[in-house]
Ligand binder design. Structure first.
Ligand SMILES: NC(=O)c1ccc[n+]([C@@H]2O[C@H](COP(=O)([O-])OP(=O)(O)OC[C@H]3O[C@@H](n4cnc5c(N)ncnc54)[C@H](OP(=O)(O)O)[C@@H]3O)[C@@H](O)[C@H]2O)c1
Length: 326
């Protein structure tokens, strides 16, 4: 059965991987970005394009706006690029400042103001996709709807989506918002297994330790909402990072991944991502490495997903869980 990813069904993107731009622009401090940061971002974008990645993930807050500014510089140097790629950004988180703690804000005013900031920093006229970054308990769906309607009619945003949300939170928003959400971005990886564990732990004592909204995977699959995985490389835990302080089952899983990669003449990154992409939801990993060689090491992921067997998938899953299935 040939499967098509939800973003492709909607005509938004057929990029099986996306590049997360969170590291661009240096640190999360008040220091401005440098020309060296622009060069590093250019090299990462070139490496991504060279392996067929045409979707890029941002947020207003990444490196306090510098990630978007630096990406804007990359686009400035290559004006042809804008129409060849899909740019996704996010709003809704306000970083702590002074006495104010970090907080969430889905007010109409904040959303509209944030998108103007996204566009200005990126130096572009429209975002392909805008995500609400994290659920705001004070949300009024009608207010979000008004903001989205304005963004759509002015041509500033083409598609909308969410991040870190449950099915009921999505349904609550969608009652007021006519455009169906295109994306839900969540943490999913061999190191963050709740998205699978919640399925196998129904009616089990172990299920009380699983923190994943009931029915979310099924809802997104039914509604053709693209599931995107953040931190899909598990920050390198299974692909070469120093993990001597990690639990034994993580170290054993890293060995297993590396052995599989050697046997299949591929990279550990391709196995780790291929494991995620084997899932029938057609998950789109948002890889967060900015190292051009590591980006290129992800090139074989889709092929490895297509070659992976059900037994290999379960072997990796059970190893990374550290406990046998019920
Ligand atoms: N929606 C949300 O709430 C949310 C939250 C977090 C992130 N995100 C998005 O998801 C993207 C990816 O997130 P992520 O960066 O956490 O995920 P990741 O892709 O799992 O990890 C990338 C990080 O791990 C490091 N790394 C990878 N392999 C390594 C190795 N073998 N040895 C040493 N270091 C290694 C990378 O360093 P190098 O750069 O040196 O390779 C980079 O810092 C972000 O860019 C962002 O777009 C979204």
């Amino acid at each position: 059965m040939t499967k098509v990813m939800p973003l492709a069904k909607r005509g938004i993107s057929n990029s099986r991987l996306a590049l997360g731009c969170m590291p661009f622009g240096g640190g999360w401090d008040a220091e401005p970005f440098t020309e060296q940061h622009v060069k590093e971002a250019e090299a990462a974008v070139e490496a991504a394009l060279s392996i067929g990645i045409t979707m890029f993930d941002h947020a207003d807050i990444y490196t306090k706006g510098k990630a978007e500014q630096v990406f804007g510089r990359v686009l400035q140097a290559r004006p042809d690029l804008r129409e060849q790629i899909v740019i996704q950004s996010k709003c809704g988180i306000q970083l702590g400042e002074g006495d104010l703690p970090g907080r969430f804000n889905f007010s109409k005013e904040h959303i509209l103001h944030s998108v103007d900031g996204n566009l200005e920093r990126l130096g572009i006229d429209y975002l392909d996709v805008l995500l609400l970054h994290r659920p705001d308990p004070l949300v009024e769906p009608e207010e979000v709807a008004e903001a989205f309607a304005k963004l759509k009619s002015s041509g500033k945003v083409r598609y909308f989506g969410v991040s870190n949300m449950s099915a009921s939170q999505i349904k609550f928003l969608q009652q007021a918002i006519p455009d169906s959400f295109a994306v839900n971005q969540l943490e999913m990886s061999l190191n963050h297994l709740h998205f699978v564990d919640h399925v196998v732990h129904v009616n089990q004592q172990a299920g009380t330790e699983v923190n994943f909204a009931e029915g979310l995977m099924e809802y997104c699959r039914t509604e053709d909402i693209q599931l995107q995985a953040w931190s899909p490389l598990a920050q390198g835990k299974f692909s070469g990072r120093d993990i001597k302080d990690e639990p034994k089952h993580i170290q054993q899983t890293a060995q297993l991944v590396q052995q599989m990669a050697a046997d299949k003449e591929t990279t550990a990154e391709a196995i780790v991502l291929g494991w995620l992409m084997y899932h029938p939801a057609m998950i789109q990993p948002i890889i967060g490495t900015s190292n051009p060689e590591r980006i290129k090491a992800c090139a074989d992921a889709e092929r490895q997903a297509s070659l992976m067997t059900r037994d290999e998938w379960y072997t990796l899953y059970v190893s990374a869980r550290g406990t046998l299935l019920p």
